[in-house]
Design a protein around this ligand. Sequence first.
Ligand code: SF4
Length: 328
Amino acid sequence: MSGLVVDLPGPAGGTDFVRVVDGVSFDVPPATTVGLIGESGSGKTMTANALIGLLPDGAETGGELRWRGEDLLKATPARRRALRGHEIAMIFQDPLAALNPTQTIARQVGEILRRSGRPRDEVRRRVVELLDRAGVPDPATRADSYPHEFSGGLRQRAVIAMALAGSPALLLADEPTTALDVTVQSRILRLLRSLQDDDGLAMVLVSHDLRVVAHVAQETVVMYAGRVAERGPTAAVLHRPAHPYTRALVQSVPAVRTRTALASPLPGTPATPANRPSGCAFHPRCPLARDRCKVERPVVREIAPGQWAACHFAEEVLSTEEVRHDAA
Ligand code: SF4
């Protein structure tokens, strides 16, 4: 995507709009996972919703969303529906909400296959294969279970099987492990990693949890108040952040240890797109902020090979002590 903009209707109505995604650019090559991280209000979920074509009513968009040569922002609603579930699929945070409690898992996983007119026995065979691929044990039997008969981890596996049913090339995962306990979380993350490595899926992983992103993503995009603060190879972004916000984010996570200090909470409250400070949106919370930061919005620029940051003083940030992420 290039310069993606999403405006949502504001509380005053009429011409009042809030820019919730403001000029976001990144690529998702095949067999690569891009982690989208940031606090709530950072625009990461809205960016994923723009990719899948599920923006709220009244949303206006700008920039480009290129998929296989086509600008999805110019595609008709019918074309977006045709792509959804087939070329681009999404898995959500709460597997229970994504499943219909009155239908068997087999029926729900097989729905997209039935709609494409495949014979019944072929649909059944494929459903069992998909459940097996997603790590559901004894899939031939468990396929006939209802969602309430599955544990939280199994339900998320069923949702992943549903997402894979349309043979997507791009999988969007919005906080896919947040509702799960830690052991199940790491199993689901291993599954997502194998879908990328073995099946060549491109993936966008939305998470507020830096450890999740460190586990799966090769590339990381850090968002703040609807804008990209930093992006680049995950190892570089986590080990050597070039943006003070990324650095604060890394230092706020207990599993992320610096050489000099234990985890420290992020200072201040997050800026929101509706209440975005002037200049650099991070300036009220930034320990390095100077007068220039209050008036001049920093552009996203390449600070090191492949590593981009929106900070007037990114070189200074990079030259200070390295931050080490144990999970990366
Ligand atoms: Fe901090 Fe200024 Fe960089 Fe913004 S531009 S992150 S306020 S130093």
